[in-house]
Design a binder for this molecule. Structure first.
Ligand code: ADP
Ligand code: 5GP
Length: 189
């Protein structure tokens, strides 16, 4: 049986990854999104088991000790991790998977899966525009936004280290570029 493909989307917070992920889900309904575990608090409307598995730091640490995660990272002062069992089970059944993870996670994916992981970096037009988008989204406090901007500046240094880089300036252009890349990845043997 054909093994499922692995597509990893990585972008500084506020770049438009969630917006682009909704588009990808509509265009490629068979692509399944991995549900990560996190220690951050749910935002309004987020549900346990749908957006994330929201766990305490104690439980997360027990899962690390039990070697449950294919990768985990501390991002913006919270822990996030990807379940090994979920990913290996799905790809062995031929299911194509998409991941929304940070640059540390993308690096771990490359180490673990090498060429099998297709990593797409989404780039904002500028750090100023990134700040504007985070302010406009209005989901985070100014301290959290400042921390995310500081991390974004570091993450942007890595933009050319992955398989693809897509600029999210005009949304329609970014959507089209992503659609072309994903179609190509899914059609490769
Ligand atoms: P992320 O998931 O990367 O943190 P979001 O998808 O939540 O980012 O986008 C952050 C904000 O920027 C949202 O308010 C979203 O509507 C807006 N946004 C996303 N893409 C664009 C774009 N190409 N042009 C202008 N605004 C955008
Ligand atoms: P948010 O708190 O905005 O949902 O996510 C913050 C950051 O954590 C984003 O960059 C997101 O991609 C990343 N992230 C989400 N899940 C995982 C995961 O399982 N592993 C890693 N390494 N990063 C993750």
């Amino acid at each position: 049986m054909r093994e499922g493909k692995i597509i990893v989307i990585v972008a500084p917070s506020g770049t438009g990854k969630s917006t682009l992920m909704s588009f990808i889900h509509k265009k490629f309904p068979s692509l399944k999104e991995s549900i990560s575990t996190t220690t951050r608090s749910p935002r309004d409307g987020e549900k346990h088991g749908t957006h994330y598995f929201f766990e305490s730091v104690d439980i997360f640490k027990k899962q690390i000790e039990a070697d449950d995660f294919l990768e985990w990272a501390e991002v913006h002062s919270n822990f996030y991790g990807t379940s090994k069992q979920f990913v290996e089970g799905e790809i062995s059944q031929g299911h194509d998977l998409i991941f929304d993870i940070d640059v540390q996670g993308a690096d771990s994916f490359k180490k673990y899966f090498d060429k099998k992981a297709n990593v797409i970096f989404i780039e904002p037009p500028s750090v100023d525009i990134l700040r504007e988008r985070l302010l406009k989204r209005a989901t985070d406090s100014s301290d959290v936004i400042n921390e995310r901007i500081k991390n974004a500046e570091q993450e942007l240094l890595r933009k050319n280290d992955y398989d693809y880089c897509v600029m999210n300036d005009q949304l329609e252009d970014a959507q089209q570029n992503l659609q072309n890349i994903i179609s190509e990845v899914l059609s490769n043997d």
